[in-house]
Write a protein that binds this ligand. Structure first.
Ligand SMILES: O=C(O)CCC(=O)C(=O)O
Ligand SMILES: [Fe+2]
Length: 350
């Protein structure tokens, strides 16, 4: 895969974005996966087992219990939901409405943001960054904003409606604080020195919006392939349409879209730092035949030169499960392995 050529399709080519399609009666051939890569049973009911953790309890006697719940959820599921996370419902709804409006806006406006440059402050693309070379396309558009430092990026984000930048900036700050709180609790729970996750290791933040239009046949295609997130930690505002599934004991389980909750998914870097103690759920997105689905992911990502390795206090008698590497080294391995994070991580196993 190559990210060297930063193609800028002309307005004419903007019909590669599924959000620019007005009506789709049958699934185009280029979205039909071979049988072995189809989702199988795609409409799986939401699992009631995925832990829902109430963050309102962290300022007092409940803190220890919350930490235990988070660590157990990371071990058992590699993902969990959080309620009372501190981000207001109003800000969540306002941000979601702006992103839906963005994907519904005219193709020439969206074309301004089309890019497959990983360093772009704002990039809009469809399927994967490898659209031109992939055999089958995924049923999704994505708009990713770089968020830190805000002043370097914000002026490149969409500016229509005029309050877009202000609202998305506030959202990114609030969810950034939320992710830092979760990292602090994980830090305590693992017994790492305080501030372990501060600074370069969580320096970059992305707000990544996925949009899927209704799909004529969800059994033949997929919104996002099964993957682990390559970063330090991820969270998701799911909206109100089902689609996210996580792999648990070899079975896909549905992650319920709860209106007030955030889904938290430890990234693979947390698996490495915890020396395999914390899991990072394999997850995928199936499509819906009736409704559009828009979700807001937020990721904390290490800076390129930071050294990632199992924390000394977690190495124990079985030794280091992974060798140390710079995040840049991991990310290069990730992109050259077709963006399969778990395959990339194999290269760093001891
Ligand atoms: O949109 C979703 O439900 C999941 C998104 C996701 O897994 C990702 O962006 O890495
Ligand atoms: Fe993901």
């Amino acid at each position: 895969m190559s990210f060297d050529s930063h193609t800028k399709p002309s307005f004419r080519n903007m019909d590669i974005l599924i959000s620019n399609w007005s009506s789709v009666r049958s699934l185009p051939e280029s979205y039909i996966f071979p049988a072995e890569r189809r989702p199988g049973t795609h409409n799986i009911p939401a699992s009631k087992d995925i832990p829902i953790i109430d963050l309102a309890r962290i300022n007092g006697h409940g803190r220890y219990q919350v930490i235990q719940q988070i660590i157990e959820a990371c071990q058992d599921f590699g993902l969990f939901q959080v309620i009372n996370h501190g981000v207001s419902r109003e800000l969540m709804d306002q941000t979601m409405a702006l992103f839906k409006q963005f994907f519904a806006s005219p193709a020439p406006f969206k074309a301004r943001f089309y890019s497959n440059d990983l360093n772009a402050s704002c990039r809009l693309y469809t399927s994967t960054l490898n659209y031109e070379n992939e055999e089958v396309h995924y049923w999704r558009d994505n708009l990713t904003h770089r968020c830190r430092p805000l002043e370097d990026h914000i002026n490149h984000w969409p500016d229509d409606p005029p309050h877009y930048r202000k609202v998305v900036a506030e959202y990114s700050i609030e969810v950034g604080k939320f992710l830092s709180t979760i990292l602090e609790l994980i830090c305590d729970g693992l017994g790492l020195e305080s501030q372990y996750f501060e600074g370069e290791i969580s320096k970059n933040q992305l707000v990544s919006v996925n949009h899927h239009i209704p799909c004529p046949d969800p059994s033949l295609t997929i919104g996002m392939q099964a993957h682990c997130d390559p970063n330090l930690i991820s969270m998701l505002q799911q909206g109100d349409v089902c689609g996210l599934q996580a792999l648990k004991d070899g079975q896909w389980i549905g992650v319920e879209p709860l209106p007030n909750a955030f889904v938290v998914i430890p990234g693979l870097q947390l698996r490495v730092i915890s020396n395999g103690k914390l899991a990072s759920a394999v997850h995928r997105v199936v499509t819906d035949s009736k409704e559009s689905r828009t979700t807001i992911g937020s990721f904390l990502v290490p800076s390129n030169n930071v050294l990632i390795r199992p924390a000394d206090c977690l190495i124990g008698s079985s030794g280091m499960l992974y060798r140390g590497y710079t995040y840049q080294e991991f990310f290069d391995t990730f992109t050259s392995n077709n963006c399969e994070a778990e395959t990339a991580l194999e290269c760093f196993k001891v």
